[in-house]
Design a protein. Structure first.
Length: 423
């Protein structure tokens, strides 16, 4: 089949390369200037994706922002995976996402939306408590701007709001203050074919902080533990309740809700209305179905079985400077064009991030430093961890770094989720 990928930042090059290896034809269009070289040598690159719509059997949008275009293409009879106007808004507009969840009967945490920092400061001063600051719109992509307050009187949140007003007011146009809730952070995701969810669903545990032990700045994600299940109370209480809205929106693709689960309820925090990263690469470790046939089937609205491994999958992000920040000077000094070396010629479980192929060599591409995702699987989390980290040990990149504790909290988290009745 013929797949046309439309990507702002070359996020889905790993999926595209998987389809190439399955024998499909793939054309890949990257919008971002700094990511133009990502995937070179692995997939065929094009500039104007619109010129190839007639060629494609399936069009894949790998990020939000193309909702109106995807809606139009579907209306014209094209098979499209990813994006709709509705699901773009679910992820991009936090207030809208929480309102839609409440309409569907899902428990939500109290939250307040602001466009003025002084108003937000006055609100916290008047109602002292522990809060979380969450930028909305494009600013939410700057993960280091999300701030989880630690003080019961909200004083640390007030100080951060004052700092954001001074230094980030031109970038953070809208933001949400959400009541803090303690518990286990857990996400549930599933593929949707425009009519229904495809079983099994995916339960996953993201590791967002830069350093082991959940210390340091928030990143997009440094790794994830996941498993697949046909029966999930977490799914029934959250994502499943959004089915009718998704049907009406015409959405096709993967969708995920990140939540906090505690003894009171399970509270959704945010939507990911697209493939997640590194989630989609870890999916490839756990899904045994052919990706080309599966994506074609859901784009056609067909009921299809998704074959997955039993047990657990682990994904570890391998990064280089300046990740998770943007700094061209640092990238040029420490990472630009660096070679990715393998001690043994075994690349099983190694997934593409921002890399390119130069002859037989793999080199770092792009500018972000998000280089590779290394995966492993096993009947237990420890088996999956051992396999993933043994594969990490086979990789040599100057200045590479990664978290060493992906999946290590499973016993603690699963005990709590079991005691609360969510597993």
């Amino acid at each position: 089949m013929k797949f046309l990928f439309v990507s702002p930042e070359a996020l889905s090059v790993d999926l595209a390369y998987t389809l190439v290896r399955e024998g499909h034809e793939v054309k890949f269009s990257v919008h971002g200037e700094t990511e133009k070289d990502v995937g070179d040598g692995f997939v065929e690159k094009i500039d104007k994706w619109e010129d190839h719509v007639g060629w494609a059997d399936i069009i894949v949008f790998d990020d939000i922002g193309f909702g109106k275009t995807a809606d139009k293409l579907r209306a014209e009879g094209k098979k499209v995976v990813g994006c709709s106007s509705y699901t773009d808004r679910l992820e991009n507009d936090r207030e809208f996402g929480q309102t839609e969840l409440a309409k569907a009967g899902v428990s939500t945490l109290p939250n307040w939306n602001f466009t003025d920092f002084e108003e937000a400061i006055k609100f916290v001063q008047a109602t002292p408590s522990r809060y979380v600051i969450k930028p909305s719109g494009k600013a939410q992509n700057e993960k280091e701007l999300l701030f989880v307050g630690q003080e019961a009187d909200g004083n640390d949140v007030i100080n951060v709001l004052a700092h954001y007003k001074k230094h980030w007011s031109s970038k953070i146009r809208m933001f949400q203050i959400q009541q803090f809730a303690s518990g286990v952070e857990v996400a549930v995701g599933a593929f949707f074919n425009g009519k229904d969810f495809i079983m099994p669903v995916n339960i996953n545990f993201e590791h967002k902080r830069l350093f082991p032990g959940d210390i340091g700045p928030s990143t997009g994600e440094l790794g994830t533990l996941m498993f697949w299940t046909n029966e999930s109370r977490i799914f029934r209480l959250t994502l499943e309740k959004m089915k009718q809205q998704l049907v009406e929106s015409g959405y096709v693709g993967y969708i995920d809700i990140n939540c906090i689960a505690n003894g009171t309820a399970i509270y959704p925090l945010e939507f990911t209305s697209r493939f997640g990263y590194p989630t989609i690469s870890i999916h490839m470790e756990g899904i045994t179905s052919e990706w080309g046939k599966f994506l074609h089937a859901i784009a056609a609205g067909e009921s299809v079985s998704l074959e997955t491994k039993k047990g657990f999958q682990i994904g570890v992000v391998i990064a280089v400077p300046p990740f998770p920040f943007s700094d061209d000077k640092t990238f040029r000094k420490f990472s630009e064009d660096a070679t990715v070396l393998f001690k043994k010629p075994d690349m099983t479980g190694v997934h593409l991030g921002e890399v390119k192929k130069d002859g037989s060599d793999w080199r770092i591409a792009g500018r972000s430093g998000y280089t590779l995702v290394v995966t492993g699987s096993g009947r237990t989390t420890e088996e999956a961890r051992r396999q993933a980290y043994s594969r990490v040990a086979n990789i040599m990149i100057p200045n590479m770094f990664y978290r060493t504790d992906i999946g290590a909290k499973w016993i603690e988290d699963s005990d709590l989720l079991l005691s609360l009745g969510y597993l």
